[in-house]
Design a protein around this ligand. Structure first.
Ligand SMILES: Cc1cc2nc3c(=O)[nH]c(=O)nc-3n(C[C@H](O)[C@H](O)[C@H](O)COP(=O)(O)O)c2cc1C
Length: 333
């Protein structure tokens, strides 16, 4: 016979189980930096408005990556630079930015805005030469970002670059060493999906000292036509493809990288087409520590971070996971 205490009678079976279940913790640590949840605004998606950063922090974003900055200001390409083609975005912004001098001040202000919420800032840098990557890393470190992300993988090339740095494992490693020598915080290397063997490149940058890897940058370049004018929709003609259409490729890249780096301390920001909590969970299951969100902010607004966190928490409750560590990498074989 089951002895039922008086106090337990006052609770429904459902509320008892709610009391017994400890609340799931969705906080993560990336390269020693605490994030209140795994969601991270991907680079280049929103400008540098402190008001926007403040709103994102109030709306639950876990971390913020700034637009990639170069040593000198860049104007970027002519409009139209970003087009929604129905399954995501195609963009050729041309890495427009005000240059590192302005960016250092912007990051300082952003830090003041974000630190009361415990939201780390990741400063993205982009250069034309390996040497300039080192100069930029030193310069941007003055703003004391929590991490530096190194964009060696932009698909919108002009004749200066000829080839993405991340197409070549040896060059990617050289950039990594140069940035590590000059940075005063952990370094994330951002890789491109447009390569034959992304795991090989990840291993080389890990051996060169990368603390984390962000995968993936936009896919492509691609072309979308306006069939009435028979012209490309972008002024630059070609552009990087992002959003839901690239997600299975991003997941495969993160899977390959996490398998290749198993047993090392190198962590991964899984980025590419993540729109819902289900997509974010998929990235974590293939080994990502944080999840980058870009095009979904265009399609669904700033509330996307909060919705994703609520969905991740519900999934964890359903599976009795108390922390993200308990299911990260479960799909890796
Ligand atoms: C309009 C736009 C601008 C971008 N600018 C940058 C950039 O400055 N630096 C960078 O590393 N990635 C940039 N990206 C790539 C994104 O950070 C991200 O890696 C890519 O879009 C895939 O994620 P998503 O499918 O969630 O958008 C940009 C993407 C878009 C759509």
């Amino acid at each position: 016979m089951e002895v039922v205490s008086q106090s337990s009678l006052s609770q429904s079976p459902q509320s008892q189980s709610e009391i017994q279940k400890p609340k799931s913790q969705i906080g993560v640590t990336l390269c020693g930096v605490p994030f209140r949840n795994p969601t991270v605004l991907a680079s280049g998606i929103l400008g540098l408005s402190q008001e926007v950063f403040g709103r994102l922090a109030r709306l639950g974003v876990g971390g913020i990556t700034t637009k990639s900055c170069s040593l000198q200001p860049r104007v970027g390409w002519h409009n139209p630079t970003i087009v929604n083609w129905g399954h995501g975005l195609i963009n050729a912004v041309g890495l427009s930015n005000p240059g590192v001098e302005v960016m250092v001040e912007e990051i300082r202000s952003a830090k003041a805005t974000l630190s009361p919420y415990g939201v780390p800032i990741i400063a993205s840098i982009f250069a034309n030469t390996i040497y300039d990557f080192g100069v930029l890393a030193r310069y941007i470190s003055e703003a004391e970002p929590d991490l530096i992300e190194v964009n060696i993988s932009c698909p919108n090339l002009d004749t200066q670059h000829e080839e993405m740095f991340s197409s070549n494992a040896f060059v990617s490693a050289q950039v990594t060493r140069m940035v590590k020598r000059n940075a005063r915080c952990p370094v994330v290397i951002k890789l491109s999906p447009n390569v034959e063997n992304i795991a090989l490149i990840a291993k080389e940058v890990a051996n060169a000292g990368a603390d984390a890897i962000c995968a993936i940058n936009s896919l492509g370049p691609g072309i979308v036509l306006d069939i009435d004018t028979a012209q490309p929709v972008l002024a630059n003609r070609t552009g990087g493809v992002s959003g839901p259409a690239i997600r299975p490729i991003a997941v495969r890249c993160v899977y390959d990288i996490c398998r290749a780096l198993k047993g090392t301390s190198v962590q991964v920001i899984g980025t590419g087409g993540v729109t819902t909590a289900r997509d974010a969970i998929e990235m974590i299951l293939v080994g990502a520590t944080c999840v980058g969100i870009g095009s979904a902010v265009y399609h669904h607004g700033y509330g996307v971070f909060q919705d994703m966190c609520a969905g991740i928490e519900a999934y964890m409750q359903r599976h009795d996971y108390r922390s993200i560590d308990e299911f990260r990498g479960r799909a890796l074989v």
